[in-house]
Design a protein. Structure first.
Length: 122
């Protein structure tokens, strides 16, 4: 699906998605990443089952207001012990499938919220 967002220029925006991929700023990608409105971080996670507490600690250090965890083709919830760093930092976590995370990120980013999308494609 192709997305048409009206967002502030110069901000990272999802422009499409499909099975096993998403498009960020018009560039198709198939790797796990953490996306902020103003930067992109590599997220070396090989899928949902490979998630560790350290993967969420990286997000907590960045201090977003909310993290959108896109868990691939279907919604899957990580164990609370993995996401404890976010709770301790008082950072909200919303878990959804990858397409929903892309759409929700665009909305929150356009509202100028401090949002991060942590995306798993595998």
């Amino acid at each position: 699906m192709k997305l048409h967002a009206h967002a502030p220029s110069g901000r990272n925006t999802f422009t499409g998605y499909g099975e096993g991929w998403y498009a960020l700023n018009g560039e198709r990608r198939a790797a796990s990443l953490i996306v902020f409105p103003d930067r992109i971080l590599d997220w070396p996670v090989d899928g949902f089952d490979a998630l560790r507490a350290e993967d969420f600690a990286v997000l907590a250090e960045a201090q977003p207001e909310i993290v959108l965890l896109g868990t691939g083709a279907r919604q899957r919830f990580p164990h609370p012990r993995l996401t404890m760093a976010l709770a301790q930092a008082r950072i909200g976590l919303e878990v959804m499938d990858l397409p929903a995370a892309c759409r929700t990120y665009n909305i929150l980013m356009a509202e100028e919220r401090r949002v991060a999308a942590a995306l798993l494609v595998a």
